[in-house]
Write a protein that binds this ligand. Sequence first.
Ligand code: CTP
Ligand code: MG
Length: 243
Amino acid sequence: MGTGPSAKRSPHRLATVGAIVAAAGSGSRLGRGSKALVRLNGRTTLARVLELFLALDEVDRIVVVGPPSRLENAEREVASLSPRKRVAVLAGGESRQASVRAGLAALGECDFVLVHDAARPLATAALVRRVLAAAMESGAAFPAIAPRDAVKRVEGNRLVESLDRSRIVLAQTPQAFAYELLARAHREAADAGLVGDDDAQLVAATGHAVTVVEGEPANIKLTTPEDFGVVEALIKEQETAAG
Ligand code: CTP
Ligand code: MG
């Protein structure tokens, strides 16, 4: 190896990786304003997610797509962590998809991109590494867990079909993609008027294979008021385990 800036990196660290933190939602189901700025056990979900990516050697730079009306709060959260990586903060869009698209543009060209919900403060470094490694193999990967309950398709209040649970997974973030592939998926979705739930859906719509990796049951997305106590208890548990 040479003596350039990459010399201290391990060989598999030759790819540049950017992370997009989707934090621009209004948190209407939780009812406490922006979920990125909700405090759990004293710290915001945004700060927790940023700490995860700042601590990961694999991640080179970060873009936070924040709530337009509270952008200064998001900027303050970033500044309070004294980040030693480039962290940009910008306003998100009307939909999660629009927010991620804005994040991609701000991130600029890199080899791989991670997209993560600010509302999932319990994701671990091991999970990020697992998803990223799979994306480095196949170009696109997301984590998922098996549903605990029986899964049904309904129309109104009528059962239409009982689905084979072994063929169903519940998708999480972080999701990881080759940057060019995700950028193309967002362009094609915009052109086709496709609005997807997540980035894996948009990439799959391009025809590119998307790999599923094992998610984490504790990687809950803070969504409803019932989640609040559960997520906070899990954070306390994680913090106790970490000492
Ligand atoms: N998100 C975003 N931009 C949007 C909408 C959502 O960046 N226009 C982000 C949220 O901040 C969140 C993630 O996408 O971290 C997952 O979305 P969701 O759980 O639906 O969050 P909200 O949209 O904030 O919540 P709600 O749907 O209850 O209003
Ligand atoms: Mg939403």
